[in-house]
Write a protein that binds this ligand. Structure first.
Ligand code: DAH
Length: 374
């Protein structure tokens, strides 16, 4: 009996002569289906149909597969039906049953896939959306950054704007213009980070031919602001300063200061004390007392050390005073016309006091267990 039907897969073969030629030349692998018996053709059809339906990624792809494998007008199913019609009559009941079984399985596979594609993505991907998610670790601002932001905010409410200055400074702004003479111990190379390479590279560029260094104080910004601004002035400048100190619980070779400067007609020391008291009260909350102790700084006259008492303990905050007439003259101001006050406070100290931090090194170790508490 002859159950063969040479053109059983003709629906797949393109109609152009060129392609027929190519098809004929291709390997025996590809030619075999052309001589397939109906049972083998059914199997091949089922295999291909199930694979196509299963891999249909969306409704459009599934519909295309349905038209190809189950379409009534010109799908592959019709080819198989034709094959059935050509089989000898005694074979037909068996082949007919097989044909129906295959057709039913393919139809079921299509329905299954259709239902699956209609489900939400999460269900299809077998995601358990009730499982707890992976927690995101949220970053936060460093406690010192938070403190500085708060300082700027408070001083902003008193009319002080924020000024910036370079951390890599020249001797002129760090010392000379601040009335700190050549032989002053504060200029000792052992007490400062002078940069040998930068100094060589910039020799002759500075009017005074001085060295380049990491600034040892934020008072440098007073000079930079006054050089480019006419009074009245009300600024604060916050940032890093560098000194070759040995690290311990209260010292660090890099720390932060807030510099303040107010210059104008008849600015007084009483205003200085009021600003400092209001500032400390705003940061720490009531019950703050400010105490001035006589001191000396080359850039202020008179000069004071500023102490603060809060909740019964005294804490040294930094230095302050009335801007020295020599400094005003160095930036081209007339000390007969304007006066000013200045102060420089350690930022770490304030923050440590408020948060009961006992070791300054905690700020710089990047230990998340510490940083997470702020
Ligand atoms: N720059 C000084 C220091 O780092 C602190 C200081 C003292 C700043 C007196 C000032 C001031 O503005 O007037 O030790």
């Amino acid at each position: 009996m002859n159950l063969r039907r040479p053109n059983v897969l003709s629906a797949q073969a393109p109609a152009s002569g060129l392609c027929f030629q190519r098809l004929a030349c291709e390997s025996a692998e590809r030619e075999r289906p052309l001589q397939m018996d109906p049972i083998a053709a059914f199997e091949q059809y089922e295999k291909e149909a199930l694979a196509a339906l299963e891999s249909a990624a969306d409704a459009d792809a599934l519909e295309a597969a349905r038209v190809e494998f189950l379409g009534k007008k010109r799908g592959r199913l019709r080819d198989l039906q034709g094959l059935l019609g050509k089989a000898p009559p005694d074979q037909r009941p068996l082949l007919g049953r097989r044909f129906n079984e295959v057709k039913n399985r393919v139809t079921e596979a299509w329905q299954r896939r259709k239902q699956e594609l209609e489900k939400p993505e999460a269900v299809r991907a077998q995601l358990d959306i009730t499982l707890p998610g992976t927690p995101l670790r949220l970053g936060r601002r460093h406690p010192l950054t938070q403190t500085m932001d708060e300082f700027k905010d408070i001083m902003g409410r008193f009319g002080f704007s924020v000024a910036e200055g370079p951390e890599l400074e020249d001797e002129y702004h760090n010392f000379v213009a601040l009335n700190i003479p050549e032989d002053h111990p504060a200029r000792d190379p052992l007490d400062n980070f002078y940069l040998a390479a930068a100094t060589t590279a910039t020799k002759g560029l500075r009017p005074d031919g001085g060295s380049i260094m990491l600034r040892s104080q934020t008072s440098t910004v007073q000079i930079r602001v006054m050089e480019r601004t006419k009074p009245p002035i009300r600024i604060v400048s916050l940032g890093r300063v560098y000194r070759p100190d040995t690290m311990d619980a209260t010292h660090s070779c890099m720390f932060h200061q807030m510099e303040g400067l107010m210059v104008g007609e008849s600015v007084t020391m009483a205003q200085l004390k009021t600003v400092l008291r209001l500032f400390a009260t705003a940061y720490l909350g009531g019950d703050v007392h400010i105490r001035f102790r006589p001191s000396f700084f080359p850039f202020t006259e008179p000069s004071v050390e500023v102490d603060m008492s809060w909740r019964g303990d005294w804490l040294e905050l930094g230095g302050a005073g009335m801007v020295d007439p020599n400094v005003l003259r160095a930036v081209g101001y007339d000390p007969e016309e304007v006066t000013g006050f200045a102060f420089g406070l350690g930022i770490e100290r304030f923050c440590m006091r408020r948060h009961h931090i006992t070791d300054i090194r905690r700020f710089y170790e990047n230990d998340v267990r510490f940083l997470e508490q702020f």
